[in-house]
Design a binder for this molecule. Structure first.
Ligand code: ADP
Ligand code: ADP
Ligand code: ZN
Length: 214
């Protein structure tokens, strides 16, 4: 099963992608996580990506597409994958479609997690992330067992720099201008499914499993 998660920053794509990955036994591939790992490890890619991410801007398509096309051809992705945060622009979607055509494969579902902008700032300011293992929490809606500490690995949780309100507004603008057009793109491909992302975590997941088939 090859799945794309669409939706605004903070809509819950990552949260749901992890649940899908666990339920269906496919890898969760997050471009944001890949970039953050590169930043942490001080790679060339990380240095380039950081300058864009800090400003709430998208990393250029040419730094993004090859990386994903390479990743989805790894052995663990043979049976499928859930892409989270990619594609984010029409050129990225076209690059993916072309690469999949060459591989004789295609996307089965593009799931749009729909959340209005008015909910997003609240979601983002309460998000806490673990830079060590990638786990995500929310101080109210998905709190860790011990405040400020990752349940999974014990690391200290952080508020991502780009989750501060001034950057969130920029990211929302970028989402509307560059990413939202993908809803049309995947509607035309006949694979778009929408879920109401304002519901609680488990209800959103129930909507998704209904689409994918349990
Ligand atoms: P969120 O889950 O809140 O939407 P992500 O972790 O997906 O955030 O992305 C964080 C940042 O990483 C983005 O604001 C952008 O700068 C960069 N990024 C992630 N994926 C892509 C992509 N496919 N194309 C360009 N930039 C990306
Ligand atoms: P995205 O990957 O789309 O940027 P996340 O999955 O990281 O979004 O979710 C953003 C924040 O909102 C996190 O703090 C997460 O715990 C919280 N969250 C996710 N889904 C829900 C939901 N359905 N209800 C309330 N909070 C949620
Ligand atoms: Zn952790």
């Amino acid at each position: 099963m090859r799945i794309i998660m669409l939706g605004a920053p903070g809509a819950g794509k990552g949260t749901q992608a992890k649940k899908i990955a666990a339920r269906y036994g496919i890898p969760h591939i997050s471009t944001g996580d890949i970039f953050r790992a590169n930043i942490k490890n001080g790679t060339e890619l990380g240095k380039k990506a950081k300058t864009y991410m800090d400003q709430g801007l998208l990393v250029p398509d040419e730094l993004t597409c090859d990386l994903v096309v390479d990743r989805i051809q790894q052995p663990d992705a043979e049976k499928g994958y859930v892409l989270d945060g990619f594609p984010r622009t029409i050129p990225q979607a076209e690059c993916l479609t072309e690469a999949l055509e060459k591989l004789g494969s295609k996307i089965d579902y593009a799931i749009d997690v729909d959340v209005p902008d008015s909910n997003i700032v609240n979601r983002m300011s309460g998000r806490r992330a673990c830079v060590k293992c990638g786990a995500t929490y929310h101080i109210v809606y998905a709190a860790p067992k011990q405040e400020g500490i990752c349940d999974a690995c014990g690391e200290k949780l952080i508020l991502r720099d780009d989750d501060k309100p001034e950057t969130v507004q920029k990211r929302l603008d970028v989402y509307h201008s560059q990413t939202q057009p993908l809803i049309d793109y995947y509607t035309k491909q006949g694979v778009l499914k929408s879920v109401d992302g304002t519901k609680d975590l488990d209800e959103v997941f129930a909507q998704i499993t209904q689409i994918l088939g349990a």
